[in-house]
Every structure is written in C-alpha cells, then in structure tokens.
Design a protein around this ligand. Structure first.
Ligand SMILES: Cc1cc2nc3c(=O)[nH]c(=O)nc-3n(C[C@H](O)[C@H](O)[C@H](O)COP(=O)(O)O)c2cc1C
Length: 177
C-alpha cells in the first residue's frame, strides 16, 4: 500500500501513555484547523471545540474523566451546540450532530498524527462536571474529549487487538458469490 492517506489511517493508534513534554499551541491550532474540514450534516458545522493546554484545567479534567488513562498536555473537547442545531431545524432526535462528532474526531486523530502528536479519544467522563470545568455555554454538551500529548516510549497493550478484516465487517447486497 503506497497511498500516504491509507498508510496514515492504518498507522494511527490511540496513545495511552504520554510524556510531560508540552504540545505546542501551534500544533493544537493546526489540528483544530484540520477539524473544520470534516464533513458535517447539512454542512452546518454544529460541533464546537474547547481546547486547553492549561495544566490545572487538564488535571481537573482527568479527575472527572475515568476513561482518560493518559496524562495529556493538551485536550480538545468536541461539543455539540444544541441551540444552533435547533435554530437550523434539527429535531432533538436527529443523529446528524452526533455523527458530526465522529467525523470531527476521526479527522482530529489523523491530524494529530500528521503533526507528530499522540491522541486518544475519551467518552468516559462526567458531562456535567466537564461542562463546569470548561465553562461551556448553555446548550453546548461535550461529547468526546481528545487528549493530546507526546507518546511515551512504552505504551500499554491495546484494549483488545483488532483481528477483524473488512470482510468480517461487511456484507454485500446482493450477497457476494
Ligand atoms: C466513541 C469512542 C469513545 C472512546 N472512549 C474511550 C475512553 O473513554 N477511554 C479510552 O481509553 N479510549 C477510548 N476510546 C478509544 C478506543 O478504545 C480505541 O479506539 C480502540 O480501543 C481501538 O484502538 P485504536 O484506535 O488504537 O485502534 C474511544 C473511542 C471511541 C471511538
């Protein structure tokens, strides 16, 4: 496989051990700039990002996020602006805004890799507490937090190594012969 995008997709792995070396503001900004190119439902861009490199804020974020195993030196919370979604006529049950969180997150993970920064998404956190810690405006909810940091030489073993091929995950219609 020679295509660099396909190679990067295959190479990307969650970083679960990070060094103390700070991630620069410029690196975070490059990652955020990449995120805005992610596809969004109706091209409405209902995601909002809250970014921090502040050690105190990161420490408190970790306290309310049991899923944050690493000690990131920067973090981006991917939020949904539900007020804006309603203004655009998205009914509350519409899945578009949540799917947008996924497209943004995938883009952020690949962009982090491109600027040589390790990244790991975290969904296990107290949404109420994170809302307070990050001072989220009314109507915004944090849906995923992406921890960013320089990978430590030793990484914990993956949760469960993926052994699935694309064939395991796919069915053809009509059924393949
Ligand atoms: C929606 C979502 C939520 C996740 N939440 C967490 C989490 O709370 N803590 C964590 O360590 N990893 C979390 N992960 C990372 C997955 O565990 C990881 O992607 C998976 O184990 C495969 O590893 P890989 O991305 O390195 O291939 C999450 C990933 C996604 C997509």
């Amino acid at each position: 496989m020679t295509d660099p995008v396909l190679a990067a997709i295959r190479r990307r792995r969650v970083t679960r051990a990070m060094t103390d070396e700070p991630v620069s503001r410029e690196q975070v900004e490059t990652i955020l700039d990449a995120a805005r190119w992610a596809p969004t439902a109706g091209n409405r861009h209902l995601q909002r990002y809250v970014a921090t490199t502040d050690p105190g804020t990161l420490r408190v974020l970790r306290m309310v996020s049991p899923g944050m195993i690493a000690r990131p030196t920067a973090a981006i919370a991917v939020c949904v602006d539900h007020g804006l979604a309603a203004e655009y006529g998205f009914p509350p049950e519409n899945r578009g805004p949540w799917i947008d969180v996924g497209t943004a997150t995938a883009t952020i993970l690949l962009a982090a890799q491109a600027v040589r920064v390790g990244a790991g998404p975290v969904s296990s956190f107290s949404r109420a507490a994170v809302g307070v810690v990050l001072g989220l405006p009314g109507g915004w909810t944090a849906e995923l937090i992406i921890g960013l940091g320089h990978p430590a030489p030793d990484q914990p073993r993956p949760i469960k190594p993926a052994r699935l091929t694309w064939r395991d995950l796919t069915q053809w219609v009509p059924e393949d012969v």
